[in-house]
Design a protein around this ligand. Structure first.
Ligand SMILES: Cc1cc2nc3c(=O)[nH]c(=O)nc-3n(C[C@H](O)[C@H](O)[C@H](O)COP(=O)(O)OP(=O)(O)OC[C@H]3O[C@@H](n4cnc5c(N)ncnc54)[C@H](O)[C@@H]3O)c2cc1C
Length: 512
């Protein structure tokens, strides 16, 4: 396999664009800008997708409940993005049918039907089926008193891989991507931005750029105060949302959208074949967004909503995993964090001929590509000759020549009859057509190297380190895959030993 990532790659004298933040919005902007011919530098203080962008509900959705809040612009844009992203990344994004049970405390059925009609028609919809009314029979997993409901379509996504593959796309367009690199200060001097950066080993270096993008997600305001040393232009409210993973609550492929009596909604989503993903909550958050965990109240809340709807009762003993993330939302001074807008705001500061600073406030995974396009449109006056928008029609890495990852998995097994079907499917859904690279020169199972457990072989670990910036076990277990749910403690320790051994060997050979 080639040595794709070389931090020693020569740095451009002055970058056109420096992006702070390796979540979905930072990598989305970096990829778009690099593909339009700009030289791009991106730094991420931890791993790519280490924070909000790997702690989402993993939906590419219009946001049915945002209709209630009158957010038509956001819903229209998000609905249309479902079809764009389905085509762009069929390995990561798949259609998901949602069931909305109708209970007496909800709005009248005719009003919900009208809302779903709007949802069906507001954005372009080619592959996703329209909504319908449902009557539940004896085989329904819902409690017996819930007899009616509705079904509609949205999509599910592997959120962390969406980030990593956008970073790969950016690199393939020439961007320099630097995870584990914190921007400690950024100052304007003589029409340029001067950034000081600190690597994980404590070493420091600097880069210069014509334009700076603050895509620090929940740190966006803190970056203003601590790194840029100026006040944030937008008031921000940090809102924590948490999820639980429990063994699958029902056998079907559909997800459920449950509206609680407090009018908040909770999704129950089939996840990785064996689990149901339950979330989310909304509560104000103070503190360091890197240190966020589910609270006892959130666990009680999510279990209570699920148990009020499903026959199968779920208790704390069923919880296999939980995770939390922090949304940076515009502070409209409203009491209910669930009612705050999920739309994004881009703020450009280019006053007095100064080097421009563009800051991202809010946003959703679903709209990252449109957000990036809007960012580039705002920056266009700084870059005469900027090439036009390109990301809508171009597949993400692995989405090339791919329609259906299940068919790809079958082709992989035909070409490599020794390959376990489960592994072929996991790879097809993670790497898409890049699986063929993963299997280059591999003729039998032994060629995959040491089996570290749970279907993870040394070959895949090497690929993730060389091609996708993985370094620590957590990068592999929880972001580039979710194998952390399937490898036991001893197997995870074996992965750590393997990575440490590889690093030592690379250091000996002076490969960085
Ligand atoms: C509970 C929850 C559920 C959600 N569900 C959905 C959903 O189903 N669908 C959907 O579309 N959206 C969803 N969202 C919204 C979506 O997850 C976020 O809008 C998106 O992930 C934000 O991405 P980001 O790049 O702005 O922030 P982040 O992913 O947090 O990235 C910002 C990055 O900046 C880095 N950074 C900060 N300071 C520095 C510095 N000084 N130097 C270098 N790097 C720095 C951070 O380490 C961080 O990784 C959800 C959000 C939450 C919280």
């Amino acid at each position: 396999m080639s040595q794709a990532i070389s931090p020693a790659a020569p740095l451009a004298e002055v970058y056109d664009l420096a992006v702070i933040g390796g979540g979905i919005n930072g990598v989305g902007i970096a990829a778009d800008a690099a593909g339009r011919g700009l030289s791009v530098f991106l730094c991420e203080q931890h791993d790519l997708a280490a924070h909000t962008s790997s702690a989402s509900s993993k939906l590419i959705h219009g946001g049915l409940r945002y209709l209630e809040h009158g957010e038509l612009r956001l819903v229209r844009e998000a609905l249309a993005e479902r079809e764009v992203l389905l085509a762009k990344a069929p390995h990561l994004v798949h259609p998901l049918r949602f069931v909305l049970p109708h209970r007496p405390h909800l709005r009248p059925a005719w009003l919900i039907r009208a809302g779903l009609f709007l949802y069906d028609h507001l954005g372009r919809r080619e592959r996703l089926p329209a909504s319908q009314a449902l009557r539940f029979g004896a085989d329904s997993p819902l409690r017996a008193e819930i007899r009616r409901g509705f079904a509609y379509s949205d999509c599910a996504v592997d959120d962390a891989r969406l980030v990593v593959l956008n970073a790969v796309a950016a690199r393939e367009q020439g961007a320099h991507i630097h995870p584990r690199t914190r921007c400690v200060s950024a100052r304007r001097r003589k029409g340029l931005w001067h950034l000081h950066l600190e690597r994980a080993d404590g070493s420091l270096y600097s880069v210069r750029a014509r334009v700076l993008v603050n895509a620090a997600g929940p740190w966006v305001a803190r970056l203003f105060e601590e790194v840029l040393k100026q006040p944030s232009p937008c008031p921000l409210r940090l809102v924590q949302g948490s999820h639980l993973l429990v063994p699958r609550l029902y056998p079907g492929d559909e997800a459920y959208i449950l509206q609680n009596e407090d009018r908040r909604i909770v999704f129950v989503i089939p996840y990785l074949q064996h689990f149901s993903l339950i979330g989310t909550t909304d509560r104000d958050f103070q503190g360091d967004p890197a240190r966020v965990w589910i609270s006892e109240e959130e666990i009680d809340y999510l279990l209570q909503v699920v148990n009020a709807h499903f026959r199968k009762q779920t208790s704390r003993a069923d919880i296999r995993h939980s995770f939390s993330g922090v949304r940076p939302l515009g502070d409209e001074q409203t009491g209910d964090p669930a009612a705050l807008s999920r739309d994004y705001r881009l703020v450009l500061d280019a006053a007095g001929g100064e080097a421009p600073l563009l800051s991202v406030f809010g946003g959703k995974l679903t709209t990252y590509r449109k957000l990036a396009e809007a960012a580039l449109e705002l920056l266009a006056p700084s870059f005469p000759g900027l090439r036009p928008a390109w990301t809508a029609q171009t597949p993400l890495p692995g989405g090339e020549q791919l329609e259906d990852p299940r068919q790809l998995a079958e082709s992989l097994c035909q070409r490599h009859p020794w390959l376990p079907a489960e592994l072929a499917l996991r790879w097809a859904q993670a790497y898409g057509s890049r699986c063929w690279r993963l299997l280059e020169g591999v003729g039998r199972e032994e060629d995959l190297g040491e089996h570290l457990g749970g279907g993870l072989y040394a070959r895949e670990v090497d690929y993730l380190c060389h091609e996708e910036w993985a370094r620590e076990a957590e990068d592999i277990l929880w972001r580039r895959s979710k194998l952390g749910l399937f490898l036991d403690a001893e197997q995870q320790a074996r992965l750590r030993r393997y990575l440490a051994g590889e690093r030592a060997q690379r250091a000996r050979l002076r490969i960085v």
